[in-house]
Design a protein around this ligand. Structure first.
Ligand code: NAD
Ligand code: UDP
Length: 339
């Protein structure tokens, strides 16, 4: 059994990845400080998989603790999800974003070297690209992030690439996620924002379930087919699978790699609303508002390198994503809180 330390493993993408790891013969050891999650999410993963999960409360910036856990469980690899992810909030709390996302990655990488662990999968983001020079974004698109969040991820990427170049850590997969949405089809785990959701999909789902009266659409005067913003939404289970494939690849191919994870297709805000209305049978009342500061009109991925490198391709459609999001939201209207 290959054990893998999963930082931020109680979060949205982390829980879905733990399910896929267990299905593919890996044993996750979760560490999370629960700043944006709850132990209930880990209990749900256990319920879903019928397996007991090993987990710890801890901060990824605690190098000593990370090195201790790596040694104690004889982990072969690390998947590093722990991070702060709200773009707007990052402009108000840049110190926190650099501390967790950049210095947290530094602390974790130090712990890995101390413990002799040389395989790392890192959560990066399409926000590292910034205003598109060309579309779809390929991995060689210039990096000009427009927020402290994006820059904190870019800085972590630079650090990891420098560690790989020094030869100190052999296998690093930097995964740039586009817009993960949806939930496990069981309805047992899903995204559970602490506060008012910033992201489109959880907001739409909360409107559908009656927690919010209407959706604000931030801008309908973009140069896009229907005037609303276009993004590359991908199913969180497809995204989770890519992490397992990245670990599998380390068995035979070494060296650093940076990959886009998206579907390669853009959908507008109105496309998402329509698909969600169909999946849920609920109407989503809309309000058109001015553009949100810092938003980009449209971007989507060229995911061909991920297919070439990992044999990974997103399989689920927007309809699948909306169906599974609705199953999660309708069965857990208040998220994990009610449990
Ligand atoms: P999430 O907030 O649900 O999960 C992150 C987890 O990390 C949470 O459980 C949180 O409690 C934990 N955490 C935060 N700071 C920590 C710390 N200092 N020590 C230990 N644990 C800590 O977010 P997610 O959507 O699952 O995102 C996972 C990763 O993917 C993040 O690094 C995020 O930046 C990145 N990412 C997410 C998206 C997205 O749209 N969801 C897109 C691109 C990249
Ligand atoms: N959006 C919106 N209303 C909301 C949240 C988002 O109209 O309440 C739009 C946003 O302007 C963007 C798209 O939905 O065009 C995706 O936004 P999200 O925050 O989910 O992802 P990101 O902009 O970070 O890629």
């Amino acid at each position: 059994m290959t054990r893998v330390l999963v930082t931020g493993g109680a979060g949205y993408i982390g829980t879905h990845t733990c399910v896929e790891l267990l299905a593919r013969g890996y044993e996750p050891v979760v560490v999370d400080n629960f700043v944006n999650s709850t132990p209930e999410a880990i209990r749900r993963v256990s319920r879903l998989t019928g397996r007991t999960l090993t987990w710890y409360e801890g901060d990824v910036r605690d190098t000593g603790k990370m090195a201790h856990l790596l040694g104690k469980h004889e982990c072969r690899a690390v998947i590093h999800f722990a991070g702060l992810k709200a773009v707007g909030e990052s402009t108000e709390r840049p110190l926190d974003y650099y501390s967790v996302n950049t210095l947290g990655t530094h602390a974790l990488a130090s712990a890995m070297l101390d413990a002799g662990v040389h395989q790392l999968v890192f959560s990066s983001s399409a926000t590292v690209y910034g205003e598109p020079v060309f579309l779809p974004y390929t991995e060689s698109h210039p990096l000009q992030p427009t927020s402290p969040y994006g820059r904190s991820k870019q800085a972590a990427e630079m650090l990891l690439n420098d560690i790989a170049a020094s030869g100190a850590m052999r296998d690093i997969a930097i995964l740039r996620y586009f817009n993960p949405i949806g939930a496990h089809p069981s309805g047992l785990i899903g995204e559970d924002p602490n506060d008012v959701p910033n992201n489109l999909m959880p907001y739409v789902a909360q409107v559908a379930v009656g927690r919010r009266p209407f959706l604000n659409i931030w801008g309908n005067d973009y140069d896009t087919p229907d005037g609303t913003g276009v993004r590359d939404y991908l199913h969180v289970v497809d995204l989770a699978r890519a992490h397992v494939l990245a670990l599998d690849r380390f068995r035979h191919t070494h060296g650093p790699v940076t990959l886009n994870l998206g579907t390669g297709h853009g959908s507008s805000v109105l496309d998402v609303v329509k698909a969600f209305e169909e999946a849920s049978g609920r109407r989503i009342p809309l309000r058109f508002e001015p553009r949100r500061a810092g938003d980009i009109a449209a971007f989507w991925a060229d995911p061909s390198l991920a297919e070439e490198t990992l044999g990974w391709k997103a399989e689920n459609t927007l309809e699948d994503m909306c169906r599974d999001q609705w199953t999660w939201q309708s069965r857990n209207p208040l998220g994990y809180e009610a449990a």
